[in-house]
Write a protein that binds this ligand. Sequence first.
Ligand SMILES: [Zn+2]
Length: 256
Amino acid sequence: MKPSSLRLEELTWLEIRGLLSNGWTNVIIPLGATEQHGPGLPQGVDTWHGLETALRAATKLGKTLVGPAIPIGYSQEHMAFPGSLSLRKETLSLLLEDIAESLAKGGFTFIYFWFGHGGDWAIAQRCLPALRKRWEGCTVTYTEDIGSYIATTWDCYPLQEGISLEISGSHAGEFEASMLAAIRPELLRKDKLEIGDPRPLSEIMDQMMEEGIQSVSKNGVLGDQRFADADRGNRYLDCLADWLVADFKKQLANDE
Ligand SMILES: [Zn+2]
């Protein structure tokens, strides 16, 4: 049985019921954002690369559907820029809980939250463990070890491509610009791409979270967008999807 789409919102309830009864009981929910990504990238980048990696991973995993990418997250550090949207921490916690409850009651047995937007992680870490076994027969999980995730993906793949981490960046730099170039090339503002603050996130995190990203980078970029490359972005997306597949399988196996 092969569904016409892996995306929950593109299926009918009858199709979903049929898939569930054929063992399609896993689902990935990509968490995205609507937040500034510097002068050269539109605000939806996290939502789109989160969805794309989830779809690529679900294709490889099999019997796994992908929920709608959540287009708003916790983005308080971006609020100095017009158009950025942020939920409050409590709102995001309740949103994650409501999504998990809906899926669990609908018959899904393994729910995995995936971070297109890293800003949601600290809140997820506080609220998701309590949901892990809240609903009978259902496991709720997420990318638990964000440190290892970042170290083996965002801080690793660019180096393999000959791109330094000062360029690839942790927000709206080459890494995200390349993924956007691969998914939505028409949305890349090629004549507006800029360099931002090159320092690693660990050095600027505290100041950024307390005073906002504009206090470390006036244009909102951490990294260098000018190196955007669609082919590289496509490889980044495949690598992220492979990482997601591995973590998903590991957690599924530990759960059995
Ligand atoms: Zn981003």
